[in-house]
Design a protein around this ligand. Structure first.
Ligand code: UD1
Ligand code: CA
Length: 451
């Protein structure tokens, strides 16, 4: 059955106390909204609709950055979750299949849970609701079940004391045939405590029309909704501990797991070793057997088999380390490739560059890639030897097997096999150091006597 995903992301999230729309706050380096989109993607939806409202432009940009095919629709007034879903009607007018509704502030729904919901539809339920047993049901909507049917959902604000005792709660996730869902939504009224159009009312309406409504349950941890900064921090912690456990399970060595920080999309191969206090930003892939030592920060980069990074190294977006390349302490690499066996071991900045195979970059080397307006490239050939403290003023190239003298400022291309030296010639002044020191000491003594 083809599926359309509808993600509700129009709410303000006032309890976050933030200028940023709630769904753009991040966990594991990705906005909450993107976690929802990723979860929903497991059902391979034919269409993804994101309903935006508060901070619509920002939210739309983030949704489209994550998936260019997303359709964004606006809910100009936040009149409730049913009203929000109704905004997707036109975008799905010609759609024949199921609609799955997710909330943009609920990032941890698992693919297995969504598959269970799809299965319940296949097994004949007209409407499927995702519920969970809540430790503390608090403000959650309560699921009122009779026999094997969900009869209705009652919001905490509208519940009787007896209904408040129910612990089976509404996660918000719902699935039904698209036409059925919009048909039911059109009949929802706002005669409740909040004066809102509640999506939860589709359940009672469906039952009154003789349709069947099934509940699928999942662990409470999956339905965790984020409403405050404290909940965001707790969700980040939960995400990190799951990511660490998963990495260990996948055969990655983490020297001190509780100090490794993962992004939502970090990929690390079996038998890679990660030292203490390593942070992975988005877009990192580490191949099997790579060695990332303590206190490194990596984002948007790829580290190949047998490569070694750190301690104390920073790999920024566009860094590609080929097999057995080495990046040592206090080195920053950005938008640059180190070919097989190339080494940048100490105190260097390599940006917008290609470093050839087995080239050796001396301590303190800097690619001067930015002229204040534009960025320029540096190309270093295979087996080149760059002397310590070389400045490579880009655009510039150093040929294969060429060398640069220590302290050289390279402003012109260096041909293959040549040695470039660009620094003032050294002169030794005989005895001058000693005479200079004597003069200075005498001056100091005179000043002290004068006081
Ligand atoms: C909702 C459910 C409740 C459930 C809880 C689970 C309803 C009426 N209630 O309550 O049963 O237990 O989620 O977390 O559905 N949104 C819009 N437009 C609106 C209103 C909301 O886009 O007009 C979006 C919000 O941005 C949010 C989501 O819908 O992503 C849920 O809205 P929220 O106000 O947080 O609902 P709850 O009160 O938490
Ligand atoms: Ca909520």
């Amino acid at each position: 059955m083809p599926t359309a995903l509808i993600i509700l992301a129009a709410g303000q999230g006032s309890r976050m106390n933030s200028d940023l729309p709630k769904v753009l706050h991040k966990i594991g380096g990705a906005p909450l909204l993107v976690h929802g989109m990723t979860a929903g993607a497991s059902l391979q939806p034919e269409r993804i609709i994101v309903v935006t409202g508060h901070g619509a432009e920002q939210v739309e940009a983030a949704a489209q950055a994550a998936d260019a095919d997303v359709i964004c629709v606006r809910q100009t007034e936040q009149n409730g979750t049913a009203h929000a879903v109704a905004q997707a009607r036109d975008a799905l007018a010609d759609f024949d299949g199921d609609a799955l509704v997710l909330y943009g502030d609920t990032p941890f729904i698992s693919p297995q849970t969504l598959e269970k919901m799809a299965q319940a539809r296949t097994d004949g339920a007209d409407v499927v609701v995702l519920g969970f047993e809540a430790d503390d049901p608090g403000r959650y909507g309560r699921l009122i079940v009779k026999g094997n049917q969900l009869e209705r959902i009652v919001e905490a604000k509208d519940a009787s004391p007896k209904e408040m005792d129910v612990t089976l709660c509404n996660s918000g996730v719902k699935m039904a045939d698209c036409a059925t869902m919009f048909d039911l939504i059109a009949q929802i009224k706002n005669d409740n405590a909040a004066g809102e159009y509640y999506l939860t009312d589709i359940v009672g309406l469906a039952r009154s029309k003789g349709l069947s409504v099934a509940v699928v349950t999942c662990p409470e941890a999956e339905t965790l909704g984020i409403n405050t900064r404290a909940e965001l921090a707790a969700a980040e912690a939960a995400f990190q501990s799951r990511a660490r456990a998963q990495a260990l399970e996948n055969g990655v060595t983490l020297a001190q797991p509780e100090t490794t920080y993962f992004a939502y999309d970090t990929v690390i191969g079996r038998d890679a070793t990660i030292g203490p206090n390593v942070v992975f930003g988005p877009g990192v892939t580490i191949e099997s057997g790579a060695d990332i030592r303590a206190f490194c920060h990596l984002e948007g980069c790829h580290v190949s088999r047998g490569a070694q990074v750190g301690p104390f190294a920073r790999l920024r977006p566009g860094t590609e380390l080929e097999e057995t390349a080495r990046v040592g302490n206090f080195v920053e690499i950005k938008n640059a490739t180190l070919a097989e066996g190339a080494k940048v071991n100490h105190l260097s900045y390599i940006g917008d560059a290609h470093v050839g195979a087995a080239a050796n970059i001396g301590a303190g080397t800097i690619t001067c890639n930015y002229d204040g307006v534009m960025k320029h490239r540096t190309t270093i050939g295979a087996r080149a030897f760059i002397g310590s403290d070389t400045l490579l003023v880009a655009p510039v190239s150093v040929g294969a097997e060429a060398m640069t003298g220590s302290g050289t400022v390279v402003t012109e291309d260096v041909p293959e096999g040549a040695l470039a030296i660009g620094r003032a010639r050294q002169v030794n002044k005989k005895g001058l150091a000693r005479r200079l020191m004597e003069m200075l000491r005498a001056t100091k003594k005179k000043q002290a006597e004068g006081e």
